[in-house]
Design a binder for this molecule. Structure first.
Ligand SMILES: *Cc1c(COP(=O)(O)O)cnc(C)c1O
Length: 461
């Protein structure tokens, strides 16, 4: 399998190349040249396989030529072997229509571990003995800790993680800043998550700096992350009756990464009823899909910080298909978007997207009501991000075919204040992370300034 840039001019790369590069050199994102297809019999067989075996079958066509079967098996076992639940991503039934897919049993209690535990292993596997890379990332909360956990102490890798100062929860911050490994550097930036993300983009677009540091990305623009996320759509879908019936998914969405993995699963043959893009009040995606209006507003902080973003980087991967995979045309569109902060989807593009996607915006009140409903009616304490997904799923259930799976993206103990406000219960941290509040923290403050950030990085690599 080789991979193309969505902007058409960067060289095509193999799986090793896209894993180490992250962003393409023309500013685009890498996508596979074609989608491997699974037959109904292949999918039926996944109803009985372990998570690790499903992962092997789903990932194999994407990594062929770069990883032996043996290496792939070993990387999968290393990534998922110490999740806190034997099923890795268990399904929980809520009522006759609704299920939760719990993706938060990894070491940092959010779904990003599913992808980053694998990515850390891939970096380790692909880096030569004398090679070194510098990872620079921006986090709205959960990516940072999952990435740090995945690479702390790994030789050849130095990681710099930017978070918006004061805008991540205490648990989220401590999960990053209490990791004292010498290759880990946390930076609190005076600004929003979008400011952090823009800084990272500036560094990646600075070709000499990028080459000098061998910059690499761990945010969800990295293809390998999305690949790891395709797995659980198949795993859950097959358990709920695919290929014999369609299954719908509601996905609490920020950067459009997780839901794009669902799109990939559908392109690969999984019978998906609908993918419901669930947003909080930062609703650029709901506006784009429902009204064709992809325009940047300002960010409103909410109780779901991991979705408090305006520009959804992975949306570009869907736009590539909506532009008939014409990289030059999409490069024009993106250039215009980057200059003006707005983009209009044509009616034809919107109709094409609507054949698979629905979008729903869930405000803070409905999020809290949904969280309380899950507790009082189903006995489940869920986190606010999951409540956005479930709130959207319940609001649109007439429009969704088959069983509806809401992706439960974080453990409720990561957001105890919001959970307590909604349902009166303060969820305890699972035993394996109870040490967080006893440990020393280490991080630095920087202004949102690319030159200052470059100097900071150069001093430490
Ligand atoms: C990152 C994150 C999301 C959003 O996922 P995207 O792939 O960026 O759409 C939702 N919920 C939680 C808890 C997250 O950490």
């Amino acid at each position: 399998m080789d991979y193309l840039s969505t902007r058409g001019t960067a060289p095509t790369l193999d799986f090793r190349g896209v894993t180490l590069a992250g962003l393409a050199s023309d500013g685009g994102l890498y996508v596979p040249r074609s989608w491997p297809r699974f037959s109904p019999a292949d999918i039926e067989a996944m109803a009985d396989t372990s998570y690790a075996e499903t992962a092997f079958r789903v990932m194999r066509p994407f990594v062929e030529g770069c990883l032996s079967d043996e290496a792939l098996h070993r990387l999968i076992d290393d990534a998922y072997g110490d999740f806190g639940h034997a099923a890795v991503t268990p399904l929980v039934q809520l009522d006759s229509r609704h299920w939760l897919l719990e993706l938060f049993h990894g070491p940092t209690l959010a779904f990003k571990d599913v992808a980053l535990q694998l990515l850390g292993g891939l970096f380790g596997h692909f880096l030569g003995k004398d090679e070194r890379i510098t990872i620079v990332g921006a986090t709205s909360g959960d990516t940072g800790s999952a990435a740090i956990e995945a690479v702390a102490g790994r030789p050849g890798i130095t990681i710099f993680m930017l978070h918006p100062a004061g805008r991540v929860s205490d648990v989220q911050r401590r999960q990053m800043t209490t990791v004292l490994a010498g290759n880990v550097h946390n930076i609190a930036v005076d600004g929003s998550f979008d400011d952090c993300q823009a800084l990272v983009k500036r560094l990646f677009n600075d070709a000499p700096f990028r080459a000098e540091q061998s910059l690499s990305a761990v945010n969800s623009i990295n293809w390998a992350r999305l690949l790891a996320q395709i797995v659980y759509y198949f795993h859950a879908g097959a358990r709920l009756g695919a290929p014999h019936r369609k299954v719908s998914f509601s996905v609490p969405t920020g950067n459009f990464g997780d839901v794009f993995a669902g799109y990939a699963a559908a392109r690969m043959g999984l019978p998906v009823g609908r993918l419901l893009v669930a947003t909080n009040v930062n609703d650029i995606l709901a506006r784009a899909l429902n009204a064709g209006d992809y325009s940047v507003g300002s960010v409103t902080p909410t109780a779901t910080p991991s979705m408090d973003i305006q520009v959804s980087s992975n949306f570009e991967r869907l736009l590539f298909d909506l532009h008939g995979r014409d990289g030059a045309a999409l490069a024009d569109t993106m250039r215009h978007f980057e200059e003006t902060g707005r983009m209009a989807l044509s009616d034809a593009q919107r109709a094409e997207a609507a054949s698979l996607f629905l979008a729903e915006r869930v405000d803070e009140t409905r999020m809290m009501q949904t969280l309380a409903w899950a507790h009082s009616e189903c006995g489940e304490v869920i986190d606010p991000h999951t409540a956005i997904g479930l709130g959207a799923a319940r609001a649109r259930e007439q429009d969704l075919q088959g069983p509806i799976v809401t992706l439960a993206t974080a453990h409720p103990a990561k957001f105890p204040d919001a959970v307590e406000r909604a349902c009166g219960i303060r969820p305890p941290l699972p035993r394996r992370v109870q040490h967080l509040f006893d440990r020393e923290e280490r991080y630095d403050h920087l202004a949102a300034d690319a030159e200052a950030l470059k100097a900071y990085i150069r001093e430490r690599t």
